[in-house]
Write a protein that binds this ligand. Structure first.
Ligand SMILES: Cc1cc2nc3c(=O)[nH]c(=O)nc-3n(C[C@H](O)[C@H](O)[C@H](O)COP(=O)(O)OP(=O)(O)OC[C@H]3O[C@@H](n4cnc5c(N)ncnc54)[C@H](O)[C@@H]3O)c2cc1C
Length: 488
């Protein structure tokens, strides 16, 4: 069993460029996930000077750790949006998801992208009687919006279900194979994609942005932050606008079937199949807020047990995180009045559609074109009813911070210990005869870190930054390493 995503086994090392000079651009995109690459793809024919910088490799972030469903049946999202706003807003979100699916599937067909695209039935199900009326309500809403929805009171395959609804026009694919081809098309059209090229600092100067990597400087007139967690953007105060959810995913060899499944309420269980050179069942479980369930060995253990109960042995296990917005609508668009700074994030675990939607909106806005979904996803929208959500997010942040400090020097594992030097906590991980030391403090907002025994990483329980055993930052929002200087 490997502790890595099934998709990343198909990483393609060709056409990789690392930034090796200063750049002067019209538009810079930071982040090579589905948001960044979809945006660049839509700008491929523009005569603007555009480049994308990715700190690691294409798709190595959240996109390379999804379950890869392309779906508009998203738990009970339409009634949640209708309850928060009204039917018209819920319908607009539905239309945006259908348009995003059309964009992805047409792109795959037009560009002849081999990314294991399959049309599948998708179910929302529940084994709790009290959930049934809510799913029935979602069915009514979906039908009013134009979807064809079927219902069943039978179990769905091996899943115990009291009630389920299904639609038949949804898809699954291999997200990394899709991104790799988008990258190649962009390169062919003269739009540079630089990997292993991390932006560590941004300054605004004379209506332009200066972005710094460790060695080079990029000047750009417009900046698109597609880095998942837009960490540079104080005072946008992302921790108040979003909470972070994590889940655990396993894939096991199994005969592929033509459907996907998801529970109507949290904690989420989600199932899909994947067919390439081998056939896999992909199973997601144990979703929770990032500040809860901090023992990763236990979390992975529960995932593996659930798979074993299904008589399956996982070949790959991994975890993923995503940002949840207060009103379940993503944040895509301008962040300032000068209209030169844009973001795309907050996809509520539906980033294949919403990252593609971001690609459509951001590429229009940055070329001063109108987009019919720009007002829906405006990241600066404010609503008085958001207050409850903001308070919940403040609570989650404080809870994560306190839990991180309470567990700061707690010895969860045999091979991990802690030292204090000049009042500073140092985490020590021993592997065979090697000792790795790190500063036990996340450079983002100062939370203490929890050692993840399964992945051999130091993980932040507040905003999901991750560091490898040597202290190298492998996932934001932190952009700095935590390697202890006297490391052995
Ligand atoms: C468990 C789980 C399952 C999911 N399954 C699905 C699913 O089935 N279908 C679906 O639609 N959605 C799913 N999602 C949601 C989806 O994974 C995300 O919403 C989506 O991948 C986000 O894409 P992104 O491009 O915004 O971010 P990312 O894919 O994370 O891309 C951001 C990139 O920016 C790079 N970066 C960060 N900082 C810097 C920097 N300083 N300089 C340069 N580069 C930087 C990162 O390395 C990263 O590659 C799931 C989420 C979770 C948590």
């Amino acid at each position: 069993m490997q502790t890595k995503s099934l998709w990343l086994k198909d990483d393609d090392n060709s056409d990789k460029y690392i930034l090796n000079k200063d750049l002067d651009l019209d538009i810079l995109i930071i982040g090579g996930g589905i948001t960044g690459l979809s945006t660049l793809y839509n700008l491929r024919n523009s005569n603007k000077k555009i480049a994308l910088l990715e700190s690691s490799t294409i798709g190595s972030g959240s996109t390379g750790h999804t379950t890869g469903k392309i779906n508009y049946l998203q738990e009970l999202i339409y009634q949640d949006i209708e309850n928060k706003y009204n039917y018209q807003v819920a319908k607009k979100y539905y239309d945006s998801q259908k348009d995003a699916i059309k964009f992805i599937t047409e792109t795959i067909r037009n560009e002849k992208i081999k990314c294991d695209l399959e049309v599948v039935d998708s179910y929302i199900y529940t084994d709790k009687l009290e959930e049934v009326p809510k799913i029935k309500r979602e069915k009514e809403l979906l039908e009013k919006m134009g979807a064809k929805v079927l219902e069943t009171t039978n179990n769905v395959d091996f899943i115990q279900s009291k009630y389920a609804i299904k639609v038949q026009d949804t898809y699954v694919f291999h997200p990394l194979k899709y991104l790799q081809v988008l990258k190649k098309i962009c390169l062919k059209n003269g739009k540079m994609v630089y990997e292993n090229s991390k932006v560590v600092r941004i300054e605004e100067k004379d209506n332009a942005f200066i972005c710094y990597t460790e060695e080079y400087t990029i000047k750009c007139q417009k900046l698109i932050i597609a880095s998942h967690y837009p960490f540079f953007l104080f005072p946008y105060v992302m921790p108040l606008k979003c909470t972070i959810e994590k889940s655990y995913i396993g894939s096991s060899l199994a005969n592929a079937k033509n459907y996907t499944l998801i529970t109507s309420s949290k904690p989420t269980t989600s199932v899909r199949y994947q067919k390439d050179s081998q056939e896999y069942l992909i199973y997601l479980t144990k979703s929770s807020r990032i500040c809860d369930n901090l023992d990763e060995k236990e979390n992975y253990g529960k995932l593996i047990k659930e798979l074993n109960d299904l008589k399956l042995l996982p070949s790959y296990v991994w975890k993923n995180t995503d940002l949840l917005t207060i009103d379940k609508i993503p944040y895509i668009g301008y962040l300032n009045k000068k209209h030169n700074l844009l973001i795309g994030t907050g996809y509520n675990t539906w980033g294949m559609t919403n990252g593609s939607l971001a690609g459509l909106i951001l590429s229009d806005l940055v070329l001063n074109k109108k987009n019919k979904y720009a007002s829906l996803c405006d990241p600066l929208r404010i609503n008085i009813t958001d207050l409850g959500g903001i308070l919940t997010n403040i609570y989650s942040n404080i809870k994560g911070f306190i839990k991180s400090k309470a567990g700061k020097n707690k010895k969860l594992y045999e091979n991990v210990s802690f030292e204090t030097k000049n009042g500073v906590s140092i985490g020590v991980y021993k592997e065979n005869d090697k000792v790795y030391k790190v500063y036990n403090r996340c450079p983002h907002l100062g939370c203490s870190l929890i050692f993840n025994e399964e992945d051999k990483t130091w993980d932040c329980p507040c905003h999901a930054s991750r560091f490898d055993k040597k202290g190298k930052c492998i996932k934001g929002p932190s952009q700095y390493d935590i390697t202890y200087k006297d490391n052995m």
